[in-house]
Design a binder for this molecule. Structure first.
Ligand code: CA
Length: 258
């Protein structure tokens, strides 16, 4: 959305001068620790999305999120620009079972739920219980609750969440077609290794990882580059950090070769 005047310039070209970005920077340590910024923006996002979208209409839910994050309070969703990369990857992979790491407020779960085939199922793992509740509300608003579930936990918790995915959500040998990684950047690689060890991937499984450049997951990037052509084949999508046009980011789309 093109802005006019100084406010528009700040919004479009210098978003970091906006209060919600400054507040985000201040809240970053807390965000990494707890999964929320600490100023109530996640609950505010839910209220805004519910008020500005139509029940059963994922497009309207996503549009409300994008409006909120771009024009009101910045959110660390994958966002509209990088969302197109996710859409295209799901379109190519035609997955039947999808796993997301990091639901946050449910934006990408709604996006993936909208894009995936009608008979597909998505499970999103979120370590913050309040975020999980927010995500469930917006997933219900989008009319996707029967095919998209949110599990509170983390892949690296010593086995509890992996066991829950096995027992309650049909995760088993070669069952996982699509993985979207968008949670704590320092555990991208270790969580991928746990999933690989669990045997859930099959040749042709696709893994999309957000924020590989900013905030950055350097060990994950190094691993995928080292494994290129042997265990994985990766496309590095050069893009921008969500909801602004200055900071560059990298989204990795990797196909498992077995
Ligand atoms: Ca992200």
């Amino acid at each position: 959305m093109g802005g006019k005047g100084i406010g528009g310039v700040v919004r479009d070209r210098l978003p970091f001068l906006r209060w919600s970005w400054i507040r985000f920077a201040v809240g970053l340590p807390r965000f990494i620790r707890t999964g929320q910024i600490g100023d109530g923006r996640e609950a505010a996002a839910r209220a805004f999305v519910i008020a500005h979208s139509k029940v059963g209409d994922p497009d309207s839910v996503l549009a409300a999120f994008d409006d909120f994050a771009r024009n009101h309070t910045m959110l660390v969703n994958v966002g509209d620009e990088k969302g197109l990369i996710l859409d295209a990857a799901i379109g190519r992979a035609k997955p039947r079972l999808l796993l997301e790491l990091g639901a946050y407020c449910g934006y990408s779960a709604v996006r993936a739920g909208r894009d995936m085939p009608d008979d597909a199922k998505l499970v999103s793992v979120e370590f913050n219980a309040d975020n999980a509740e927010i995500a469930r509300t917006v997933i219900a608003q989008a009319g996707l609750s029967d095919r998209v579930s949110v599990v509170v936990g983390s892949i690296g918790d010593g086995g509890g969440t992996v066991e829950q995915l096995r027992k309650e959500h049909g995760f088993g040998p070669g069952a996982l077609d699509f993985l979207f990684i968008d949670h704590e950047k320092s555990v991208y690689l270790s969580d991928l290794r746990i999933i690989k060890e669990a045997g859930w991937l099959h040749p042709g499984s696709v893994v999309v990882a957000d924020n590989v450049k900013v905030p950055g997951a350097p060990d994950y990037l190094r691993y995928m580059r080292e494994q290129e052509g042997t265990s994985w084949r990766t496309v590095e999508h050069s893009t921008h950090v969500e909801y602004q046009s200055l900071l560059k980011d990298l989204v990795l789309e990797s196909e498992y070769l077995g």
